[in-house]
Ligand binder design. Structure first.
Ligand SMILES: *Cc1c(COP(=O)(O)O)cnc(C)c1O
Length: 386
């Protein structure tokens, strides 16, 4: 008897989420409305900062686009981000006609290297987009200091970072211009598809609210619930269709309540991996500094130089043992679009390239049992020994 396939990721959806979705379906209001508003209010409360504005959107990609649009990024501008990320982080810059300047990572954390950011700043640079890779905070004190020195905006890609802390403060409250979370199916909380833009800047929040719904200055729920005539609105810009549905928000309301418990389980699994992999030719996933919270969206290990097996072959062996893995990420500089547009070569990003060639993300999700983790550890051991 072979064990069933252990997938790389699975969401944890409970009865509360299901009941809330059913309630939404029965309510007669399925698009953006009372549940999306409640999810926004709950999210601000979760982050615990009364000065925060929260704007629910249908993806983190949408939220990043809206944040950069609201900051006025456009043709002729340049935005600095890490090559070691998902393409969504960078593609939104191109939506706006601006250019992307990719930089290398710190090999200790796999996060964007602040020194590389500072070295990449030029006359066209307008913003920095750090990514909290795997759920470990990027070096935000250094990045915010660089931004202040050079008059740059900062938008955090926090797709992996709920909940993550830096200097004891939750990501979302660190003082950047905007922070964007993802609720994609495999993220630490999910609404199927969804995201949240968070900012202390009321003008940025207002612009994002207008642009998330066609550039209209009143949304449908406002119009149908207000006392003034419901048919009136003004189009003030050619906006987008980025609003989060109440069906999705219904999931988010209950997922958010479980976010701390989910993080604790993810941290336990990470600790089991670290203990189980000790002594093997594998570099464990970087930990957060003492006292800080790592969201543990991913558990990404690197095969050590003495591992005696190629990464691709290693993943095949794990797959043959019934275990799903992934690689985070194929760096942007290797993808044809980014490589060709900017004439990029691996030698420009030695740390990201070195990591990429050795990286494997092991399964990490709350529905895994301790026995599942031990099974992965065993399979890693056998793949390395074979
Ligand atoms: C998932 C992810 C995104 C995009 O999130 P969506 O909600 O799917 O748009 C952006 N950046 C990073 C680093 C991600 O992992």
């Amino acid at each position: 008897m072979t064990a069933p396939f252990l997938p790389f990721a699975l969401p944890e959806i409970g009865e509360e989420e299901i009941a809330e979705v059913v309630d939404t379906l029965r309510s007669g209001w399925v698009t953006t409305g009372p549940k999306a508003k409640r999810f926004e209010a709950d999210f601000a409360a979760f982050l615990g900062d009364p000065a925060l504005h929260t704007v629910a959107v249908n993806s983190a990609t949408a939220g990043l686009h809206l944040a950069l649009e609201a900051l006025g990024i456009g043709p002729g501008d340049e935005v600095i981000t890490t090559t070691h990320t998902f393409t969504a982080t960078a593609e939104v810059v191109r939506y706006l006609g601006a250019d992307v300047k990719l930089v290398d990572i710190d090999p200790a954390t796999l996060n964007i290297d602040p020194a590389a950011v500072e070295a990449a700043i030029g006359p066209r640079t307008k913003a920095i987009v750090p990514v909290h890779y795997a759920g470990l905070a990027a070096d935000m004190p250094a990045i915010l200091a660089i931004a202040r020195r050079h008059g740059l905006k900062v938008v955090e890609d926090a797709a992996h970072a709920l909940p993550t802390t830096s200097g004891g403060q939750l990501v979302g409250t660190l003082g950047s211009d905007a922070t964007v979370f993802s609720f994609y199916a495999n993220k630490t909380i999910t609404t199927g598809e969804g995201g949240m833009l968070v900012t202390r800047d009321p003008a940025l929040a207002q612009r994002a609210r207008v642009m998330r719904l066609h550039g209209m200055n009143r949304d449908a729920f406002d119009r149908f619930t207000a006392k003034v005539p419901s048919w009136t609105y003004e189009v003030v810009a050619p906006g987008f269709k980025y609003n989060l549905t109440d069906i999705a928000a219904a999931l988010g309301i209950h997922q958010l309540r479980r976010a701390h418990a989910f993080q604790q389980r993810r941290e336990q699994i990470a600790a089991l991996y670290e203990a189980g992999l000790a002594g093997l030719p594998v570099v464990p996933a970087p930990r957060a500094p003492a006292g800080q919270t790592h969201a543990w969206h991913l558990y990404a290990v690197r095969l050590a130089d003495g591992a005696g097996i190629e990464r691709d072959r290693f993943i095949e062996r794990l797959f043959d043992a019934g275990i799903g893995c992934s690689v985070h990420y194929i760096p942007l500089h290797l993808h044809p679009y980014w490589r060709d547009r900017y004439g990029l070569q691996p030698a420009l990003f030695p740390h990201s390239q070195h990591a990429y060639e050795r990286l494997v993300s092991l399964p990490l999700y709350t529905r895994m049992t301790d026995a599942d983790v031990q099974r992965v550890v065993q399979a890693v051991r056998q793949a390395l020994a074979a």
